[in-house]
Design a protein around this ligand. Structure first.
Ligand SMILES: [Zn+2]
Length: 293
């Protein structure tokens, strides 16, 4: 079976989650080729195995190269492995373990490696049926995700107007990515769990110290992000994950390519960072865990 048909068949089991991004009516999978709404708005599955539910094209600032670099770093260098483990534990602690199946959505999934790793880890640890849905506004990200990972629903869509019905998901991930709390509230189930990951001040500090001369840019504050989270969700728990990752030359290159902060840095500084053979880099993250208010 080709990837388009496989993707349509996988989505077919979950077609009730979708709503038409044009007219908000319900949708169904048609002839294992398209999603079609009751007013006949039609969106085709792409041959790579994703579905584009955008109603208008958007200019994308993130390139395919960035997503390839990110996937390499996560999938091959294990850059976020401790984070996946921590999230698996959090799901076990906060989600009703008697549920036979779980639906997990990653809001702003990029190239999909977080969703893939976390679904895999939860499935092997707790023997649950997991449906994984990734949505991102970047077609390049979703394209990379669908090429790398099957048995997921990969959707190009707008986080401000997600193509999903109300209260569909048990667990929502939002990892190092902007939030739209109105939509998060709308599509999360009443007993659902929001897991948002934000950087701690020392996140990637070795990279920041080298490429920025100004001390105020060398660390990062997440105070405003935490305040906004608390305004919109009830924080039930939070935890911190902090570790260092050894990077070889190729991984250093991937890290620089995937990190927007290095794009605004002076070229010479970036070059000197890239010329190192190996380095240690700090990954320091805070995980905010919320339920609906
Ligand atoms: Zn429609």
């Amino acid at each position: 079976m080709n990837k388009r048909t496989l993707a349509a068949e996988y989505a077919n089991h979950s077609e009730a989650i979708f709503k038409c991004p044009v007219c908000n009516s319900s949708m169904r999978v048609f002839e294992l080729k398209s999603l079609i709404c009751s007013n006949n708005h039609t969106f085709d599955f792409a041959k790579q195995g994703y579905i584009n539910l955008m109603t208008h094209p958007v200019k994308n600032k993130y390139s395919r190269k960035l997503f390839e670099a990110r996937r390499k770093l996560i999938a091959e260098a294990g850059f976020f492995e401790p984070l996946s483990q921590a999230i698996t534990e959090i799901v076990y602690k906060h989600v009703d373990i008697n549920k036979k199946s779980l639906s997990l959505i990653d809001m702003g999934c990029g190239e999909g490696s977080h969703l893939f790793n976390i679904c895999k880890s939860i499935r092997s640890k707790y023997q649950k049926i997991i449906t994984g849905i990734g949505i991102d506004i970047s077609k390049e990200g979703i394209l990379e995700a669908s090429k790398s990972y099957t048995n997921k629903i990969w959707t190009v869509g707008d986080l401000a107007n997600t193509p999903f019905m109300n209260e569909q998901f048990d667990v929502m991930l939002n990892i190092l990515s902007p939030s739209n709390y109105n939509e998060f509230n709308r599509v999360l189930k009443a007993d659902g769990l929001l897991i948002k990951v934000v950087p701690q001040s020392s996140y990637l500090k070795e990279l920041r110290e080298i490429i920025f001369n100004q001390p105020e840019k060398q660390s990062y504050s997440n105070t405003d992000t935490v305040i906004r989270f608390n305004e919109n969700f009830q924080m039930v728990d939070n935890s911190r994950v902090s570790y260092t990752v050894p990077l070889d030359k190729l991984s250093i290159q991937s890290l620089v390519e995937m990190t927007p902060l290095s794009w605004e840095a002076p070229k010479e500084e970036v070059k000197s960072f890239l010329n190192g053979d190996t380095t240690q880099i700090t990954v320091a993250l805070e995980i905010l865990i919320g339920k609906k208010q």
